[in-house]
Design a binder for this molecule. Structure first.
Ligand SMILES: [Zn+2]
Length: 234
């Protein structure tokens, strides 16, 4: 329909657009069939839930969803082509599972690799420099584990599932570190003598000898945060 022929706020068009009430029954039937086919496809491939989806599995589920979406309510979309689409998607899934189980390179490319993003209480530089790295997101994950500052964390691994595995220092080895709580993360440019400061970018922590302008000795970032010192309590 051309733009000029549309009457805005025409409720008949917005709600039914000329379809009969019986068509709603057909939509209901189509929805049931597609729902069952999606469930069968997920069961065949052994998926149990959406937690810990790898990118590959996410694409698989999104593709199933978009292949099944339109056919539910478009009266001129027949269902057999959708079934063929589902069969092909499920076959591709099995082909990729087969290939990744046989070839480590393909597996790494498809699934990604676990990344050690925190080492010895600060962020690993090569990951900070990547555009998609978000220290704020990592701090959120750490807060969910009752981590008040990075000095409590010996290492943290970003798993291919997107989850963060965290390994802690024993209490006696906890050092001053970058705070994770939002109200402690105010960036400063100047230090006061004898306090510990963490680089606002990489988390490198040092004791300020003088009251002076801050420059990170590791990444040369010009801003810092007051470091936190407590041990982990939970
Ligand atoms: Zn730094």
């Amino acid at each position: 329909m051309a733009q000029s022929e549309i009457t805005p706020f025409d409720w008949e068009r917005i709600l039914m657009d000329g379809h009969s009430a019986e068509f709603l029954l057909e939509v209901a039937l189509r929805a049931v069939v597609i729902f069952v086919v999606v469930v069968i496809s997920l069961r065949i491939t052994g998926r149990r839930g959406i937690k810990q989806l790898s990118i590959f599995e996410l694409v698989f589920i999104l593709t199933l969803g978009s292949a099944g979406g339109d056919v539910i309510f478009n009266e001129d979309e027949p269902m057999i082509p959708v079934f063929v689409t589902f069969a092909v998607i499920v076959s591709i899934y099995f082909l990729i599972v087969y290939l990744t189980s046989r070839n480590e390179k393909i597996e790494k490319w498809m699934e990604g690799e676990p990344l050690c993003i925190i080492e010895n209480g600060h962020f690993v530089l090569k990951y900070i420099e990547q555009e998609n790295f978000s220290p704020e997101e990592v701090c959120m994950e750490l807060r969910l584990r009752s981590v008040e500052h990075l000095g409590q964390v010996k290492s943290a691994v970003l798993e291919t599932s997107g989850e963060l595995s965290v390994f802690f220092y024993p209490d006696e080895d906890v050092r001053p570190g970058m705070p994770t709580l939002p109200w402690d993360r105010e960036p400063l440019e100047e230090t006061e003598a004898d306090n510990f400061y963490a680089c606002a970018r990489c988390g490198e922590t040092e004791k300020a000898a003088l009251s002076e302008k801050f420059t990170c000795r590791r990444c040369e970032h010009p801003r810092c945060m007051k470091a936190k010192t407590g041990i982990r309590l939970d």
